[in-house]
Design a protein around this ligand. Structure first.
Ligand SMILES: Nc1nc2c(ncn2[C@@H]2O[C@H](COP(=O)(O)OP(=O)(O)OP(=O)(O)O)[C@@H](O)[C@H]2O)c(=O)[nH]1
Ligand SMILES: [Zn+2]
Ligand SMILES: [Zn+2]
Ligand SMILES: [Zn+2]
Length: 282
């Protein structure tokens, strides 16, 4: 079991290295990456469709890459904005990695792209552990998912530079408790901004684009507490052992249903956490 944990650490460290390289390469060509994470169906593509269209109207040089397990539906939707769009089929892998992203950008990403939005695979667990060289990591949650999600997925929410609530038009019928949601976000990520949006009715339209544009211009970006207390590489891996070891999808489900044992999703951001993980899993 120790070997498995070590392997997970090694894979994540390898990803970190490639992510740092990618971040530097993209910075050199003037491109800022925004990484969008959420559960399946939270509304990543819908929000992106809206923000891409606005960006095009304003003349912002924007592009989008969307990752999906199996279909090209999202790319077809996003391409209607007229922005360059690329679909990555992950063939069952439930997250993107920095090396994969770099390969897909190579020869595709138009020169002078200011903003690249990356829609990660719909999954709140392991995409959180993979830095993609982004400047802004945005975690979305729709009002129908429940106010407790920040506590159940502390790594995803804890490492976000920005949190976006989607489908606010359904807040009433869903009895969404905004105060509770905000308080849960603040527990795992104090100080992070929570944006309220709806693509039906346009609440918060253009706000994500504005945050991305500001970050691209070198404006201040929220630094999550978790990233400061993370590993030597400067960010935390794995499932965020802030609370009890939560695995909503479970390890078994993840390994069986996802991409097998070659898909480590690290545990343990410190020696103590690593020890706890080994003890718990052996
Ligand atoms: N009422 C309402 N529905 C929305 C809103 N945003 C998205 N939806 C709906 O929610 C469903 C899922 O939206 P998507 O944009 O496909 O979600 P996604 O996060 O991209 O999904 P995956 O790529 O599968 O992870 C669609 O039926 C959308 O029409 C919103 O603001 N209000
Ligand atoms: Zn989508
Ligand atoms: Zn995965
Ligand atoms: Zn795990």
């Amino acid at each position: 079991m120790c070997r498995v944990v070590d392997l997970q650490q090694a894979v994540l460290a390898g990803n970190d290295l490639r992510a740092r390289q990618l971040r530097a390469d993209l910075a050199a060509r003037g491109t800022t990456v925004v990484n969008l994470l959420s559960s399946p169906g939270s509304g990543k593509t819908a929000l992106l469709e809206q923000e891409l269209a606005l960006a095009r109207e304003r003349g912002t040089r924007i592009a989008a890459l969307t990752a999906d397990l199996a279909t090209e539906n999202d790319a077809i939707r996003l391409a209607r904005s007229g922005a360059p769009v690329k679909q990555v089929l992950t063939d069952g892998l439930c997250h993107l990695e920095a090396g994969m992203l770099a390969r897909h950008l190579d020869g595709w990403l138009p020169d002078a792209t200011e903003l690249l939005f990356v829609e990660n695979v719909g999954n709140l667990v392991c995409p959180a552990s993979y830095d993609l060289g982004e400047t802004l990591r945005v975690v979305l949650a729709s009002v129908t998912e429940g106010e407790d999600k920040p506590l159940k997925y502390p790594t995803a929410f804890g490492l976000a530079n920005l949190v976006v609530v989607t489908k606010m038009d359904l807040a009433g019928p869903a009895a969404f408790d905004e105060a509770a949601f905000r308080s849960h976000v603040a527990q795992v990520n104090p100080g992070v901004e929570v944006l309220l949006t709806s693509v039906r009715g346009g609440l918060g339209a253009g706000e994500l684009l504005a945050r991305a544009t500001a970050a691209a211009a070198g404006g201040p970006v929220h630094t999550p507490v978790m990233s400061r207390t993370g590993t030597a590489q400067g960010h935390l891996h794995g499932h965020g052992h802030v609370h009890d070891h939560e695995h909503p999808y479970g390890h078994g489900a993840h390994l069986d249903g996802c991409d097998g044992a070659d898909h480590p999703h690290g545990h343990g951001q410190s020696a103590a956490d690593r020890l706890a993980a080994v003890t718990a899993e052996s």
